[in-house]
Design a protein around this ligand. Structure first.
Ligand SMILES: *Cc1c(COP(=O)(O)O)cnc(C)c1O
Length: 501
């Protein structure tokens, strides 16, 4: 085959085989391929590249060995992570987007799609900040303005927020803080803050010790008393607070920090207020649940993830800025590509070349509409409440936090410990039991939840192993939830007999 044919002659059989692979994958579960690192590394142990390429048809043979080893994230019994099944139109849309291969970092390489980013960002800005038509008409496409930036995910959005907050406080020169009488700089947030904030402060040269993770209350919300105390400490130690972080949908519990109070404190102290709504942001679509996010409209910056509850492919995150000129504090230019006089988004994005994933958001906005998102959110949040009720009603389980959004944390209690008040030693036993249970369920591959380790106020500071369910898949039915819990009870009794006898 001539190499140029690879570019000009699509193989129709290849496309059909791809569809068949996907169909087959969607109708199976993780039990097909055992979760064993040893077998994965054994299967993929070739470090030499082939000297001569094979045909797409021959490559299919390799694909059929790789695909069944992937995670069945779209199975309605897979409730463990924040990855969703995608609307079916995504398959064709992604073909279009990938083959257009646009780069919205600069206008020259994306033309109209660069402005599509701005339009998509304006729609989400409006969802969060509710400015009027005149505001969006003035700023949406203005040259030295940005209502936000697209990122590859929530992590880069959070890091970008810290970058903005740092430059707002002292430009790109941390030593300028010394000139203002400070001896260091920190950010403040709850102990449930995402670990991307540690990465961001590390990159800014401030290190993990500059991330102050403060206590939470019994509802897993940042404690205002702890915050006031930390602010006092910062004043005494002459530490500049670069940002106050509010979490709107914590990764473990879906809890929301007291945003109106945090906004008021940030305003009083003149601190950059960032809200991490990577998970919880789309709650705003739901008239029933949007009250959970009251106060988010006061945030200077807000992180959203498209690839979580907005149901678009991975690699789609955003940082929104309340004020359109904030982004100018991190403006950078490059003579060969990103000119000072240009409209290029690349002037502010941390990332350079990026895919034009705004098209996925545009398609979902147009085809689902606000109402479609509201229905999906309501159904998922209701499902979490139903699952919580099932857990609460069974002595085999202990619900570890009341559902706020659609994340649940709970644990399984072995039968000989049911109906007791666990002490520290008993909790240790229950921890071991839940680790073994989660691994056994994962290995069996019929249903799945993830696990985390957190203290919950009921048991003081002791770290507890928690099972974590994410109710994101719109196809989850009550029968799936019951089946998942039944699997845990069945596996639990096997594990208890191994562990405790
Ligand atoms: C998922 C998540 C992040 C990180 O987002 P990525 O897209 O995984 O980089 C940050 N914060 C919260 C609250 C999240 O749920």
């Amino acid at each position: 085959m001539k190499l140029t044919e690879l570019f000009t002659q699509p193989d129709p059989d290849f496309g059909k085989a791809m569809t068949a692979l996907l169909e087959h994958f969607h109708h199976s579960d993780d039990s097909q391929a055992p979760y064993q690192r040893g077998s994965f590394t054994h299967q993929l142990d070739q470090s030499c590249m082939p000297a001569i390429g094979i045909s797409p048809r021959d490559y299919l043979a390799r694909l059929t060995t790789l695909v069944p080893g992937a995670s069945h994230l779209t199975s309605p019994r897979y409730m463990g992570h924040m990855t969703a099944p995608l609307p079916a139109f995504t398959a064709e849309l992604s073909r279009l987007l990938v083959m257009l291969n646009q780069n919205p970092m600069k206008m020259e390489s994306s033309r109209l799609l660069s402005f599509l980013e701005r339009e998509v960002l304006a729609k989400l800005h409006r969802l969060v900040y509710r400015e009027d038509d005149a505001f969006y008409a003035a700023h949406m496409h203005a040259k030295d303005a940005a209502l936000g930036v697209m990122t590859s995910g929530g992590t880069i959005a959070n890091v970008t927020a810290l970058w903005l907050a740092r430059n707002r406080a002292c430009g790109d020169n941390l030593f300028a803080l010394a000139g203002q009488g400070y001896r260091g700089a920190v950010i403040l947030g709850s102990r449930l803050m995402h670990y991307s904030f540690d990465k961001g402060m590390d990159l800014l040269g401030l290190g993990a010790r500059s991330v102050w993770r403060l206590d939470t209350d019994e509802h897993n919300r940042l404690s205002l008393a702890a915050l006031e105390q930390a602010l006092q400490q910062c004043r005494e130690q002459k530490l500049k607070v670069l940002a106050l972080v509010g979490v709107a949908g914590s990764t473990d519990f879906g809890s929301v920090d007291p945003l109106p109070e945090l906004a008021a404190i940030a305003r009083r102290e003149q601190i950059h207020f960032h809200v991490d709504a990577a998970w919880g942001g789309p709650t705003l679509f739901s008239p029933r649940y949007q009250g959970l996010l009251t106060g988010i409209e006061h945030a200077d910056t807000v992180t959203l993830d498209g690839h979580k509850q907005l149901l678009v492919p991975l690699g789609t995150g955003m940082l929104l800025c309340r004020q359109p000129d904030l982004m100018m504090t991190v403006k950078r230019e490059a003579p060969y590509a990103i000119r000072a006089t240009s409209f290029d988004q690349g002037r502010f994005t941390l990332e350079g070349t990026r895919p034009a994933n705004a098209l996925y958001l545009d398609a979902a906005f147009q085809m689902l509409g606000q109402q479609g998102y509201a229905q999906l959110i309501d159904a998922n949040y209701d499902r979490a409440r139903r699952m919580a009720a099932l857990i609460d009603a069974s002595p085999a389980f202990e619900l570890m936090s009341a559902p706020v959004m659609n994340l649940l944390s709970y644990r399984c209690i072995p039968s000989h410990l049911q109906g007791q008040e666990p002490d520290v030693a008993t909790n240790e036993e229950i921890n071991l039991f839940n680790v073994a249970l989660q691994k056994a369920q994962r290995a069996e591959g019929h249903s799945f939840v993830s696990r985390t380790q957190r203290a919950v106020s009921r048991y003081g500071e002791q770290p507890l192993t928690l099972l974590r369910a994410v109710l994101l898949n719109p196809l989850i039915e009550e029968a799936d939830i019951r089946a998942l819990l039944d699997d845990q009870v069945r596996l639990g009794s096997q594990i208890a007999s191994q562990l405790f006898e």
